[in-house]
Design a protein around this ligand. Structure first.
Ligand code: PRP
Ligand code: MN
Ligand code: MG
Length: 178
């Protein structure tokens, strides 16, 4: 039983593609010469972004996935993040790029960074397509951000509302009509 809503386009597929291209030029420069890069997508929201990213990187890459889920608890600001699906591969001594669709409170990314650091990668970098700095609770910022957005309910390009709309090619804003 969802409230009826419509989706207003906020960031077009074209703008996303242009931004991905620019980010990838930068990332390719940062990791130039590496032969040990693992690009880690955080399921499920990052699956579209990571697919576009890795195809635009001019580097040898491996791809792996991690699934985390966060629960609110009594204090809200110290959310518990659980790992539902761990990486398949070892990352010790590897260069790692963590790919997130959106950083909201920051608990998911903060927890994943802490977990992956404990495995001693050579380098650990992070990228998020979207950042909502006004919602931050955990002090974390991705090394690369696609777009900073206001506190709106967004969907598309991997991001869901009640598991739907991940397949939209653009980022849209949910607007409830009742
Ligand atoms: C969403 C989103 C980020 C996270 C951001 O994932 O994809 O991973 O929340 O929120 P935070 O900064 O407040 O932690 P979600 O847990 O909904 O899972 P999903 O990726 O499978 O949709
Ligand atoms: Mn997610
Ligand atoms: Mg979600």
């Amino acid at each position: 039983p969802e409230r009826p809503y419509v989706i207003d386009e906020m960031i077009s597929a074209k703008s996303i593609a242009a931004r991905v291209e620019a980010l990838c030029r930068d990332i390719t420069g940062e990791f130039k010469g590496t032969d040990k890069l693992v690009v880690v997508g955080l399921l499920r929201g990052s699956f579209v972004f990571i697919a576009d990213l890795v195809r635009e990187l001019d580097l040898p890459v491996e791809v792996d996935f991690l699934e985390a889920s966060s629960y609110g608890n009594a204090t809200e600001s110290s959310r518990e993040v659980r790992i539902l699906k761990d990486l398949r591969g070892e990352i010790a001594g590897r260069d790692v790029l963590v790919v997130e669709d959106i950083v909201d409170t920051g608990h998911t990314l903060a927890h994943v960074i802490q977990l992956l650091r404990s495995r001693h990668p050579a380098r650990l970098k992070t990228i998020a397509l979207l950042d909502k700095p006004s919602r931050r609770e955990a002090p974390v910022k991705a090394d690369w951000t696609g777009f900073e957005i206001p506190d709106e309910f967004v969907v598309g390009y991997g991001i869901d509302y009640a598991q739907r709309n991940r397949n939209l090619p653009y980022i849209g804003k949910v607007r409830f009509t009742e």
